[in-house]
Design a binder for this molecule. Structure first.
Ligand code: IPE
Ligand code: IPE
Ligand code: MG
Length: 244
């Protein structure tokens, strides 16, 4: 798409969540091993992330690896971890470019079980981008919505135990503030390619009023035009939030 001639939208979501699904099927269709699908999916992630940022969407959350994805064969998990390593290295190599674009990178998810070198690189990427505020790029790695809620509830339980908070004073806002997305607006739109119509443990709490867009395109084939189609549809949605 011509970057000098970006489409105009009357309404844009502030925060989009992408469930990057369909890599395995993309590879299978071509008689390739599953990891090849993940390689292509990682390219799509870079392309769509950049395009969405250029369109002016401030918060982007990409679901890259779930707490349930550890159930996959070890060689597939290892290949995905290596793709994270490559991307994290690239974030460092492209520091100047990302700085110019004002991208803040955040990794959301549990730290438990992730390789130490990856955790260190994640921490470093977050550190070098922490003062950027134009685009917030969240990457959900070892992320599960239920795990995240438990994580938040534990923080609250500790305050209660210390006598700093009464159980009756616990609010929705406190739970939100204990999530990995603390301080960010809830997603307005969740996009899931590959034809599945489920959340698969993605942003369970935050998605309470998110609009859902599902498309049959497999994630490695997802294009800028597909995102525009989802956004055109979003423009027409009547969001009532329980009102009339
Ligand atoms: C999504 O693609 C990537 C991850 C979950 C890591 P899949 O690997 O789930 O692709 P399909 O659903 O098997 O096609
Ligand atoms: C969801 O996709 C997780 C990510 C995209 C990272 P899955 O392929 O793991 O979801 P299910 O198993 O089809 O629900
Ligand atoms: Mg899948």
């Amino acid at each position: 798409m011509d970057l000098n001639n970006l489409p105009h939208f009357d309404v844009l979501p502030q925060h989009i969540g992408f469930i990057m699904d369909g890599n395995g099927r993309w590879a299978k269709e071509r008689g390739l091993p599953r990891y090849k699908g993940h390689i292509e999916g990682a390219k799509t992630f870079r392309k769509i992330g950049e395009f969405a940022g250029d369109l002016g969407i401030k918060y982007l959350t990409f679901y890259a690896f779930s707490t349930e994805n550890w159930k996959r064969p070890p060689d597939e998990v290892a290949a995905i971890m290596n793709l994270f390593r490559e991307y994290l290295k690239e974030l460092d190599d492209r520091k100047a470019e990302n700085e110019e674009k004002g991208i803040q990178v955040n990794f959301i998810g549990s730290k438990k079980g992730l390789p130490k070198d990856i955790l260190a690189m994640m921490k470093y990427s977050e550190k070098i981008t922490e003062d950027k505020t134009k685009v917030y790029l969240n990457i959900a790695v070892n992320y599960g919505g239920r795990e995240e809620i438990v994580h938040s509830v534990k923080l609250i339980a500790k305050l209660v135990k210390k006598g700093k908070l009464k159980p009756d004073d616990i609010t929705e806002d406190m739970i939100s503030r204990g999530l990995y997305t603390a301080g960010m607006p809830d997603p307005d739109l969740i996009i899931r390619p590959s034809g599945e119509k489920r959340l698969s443990n993605f942003l369970l709490w935050q998605a309470a009023y998110a609009e859902f867009w599902s498309s049959n395109v497999l994630w490695p084939d997802f294009t800028e035009e597909d995102l525009v189609e989802a956004l055109r549809n979003f423009e027409k949605r009547n969001r009532r939030f329980g009102g009339v």
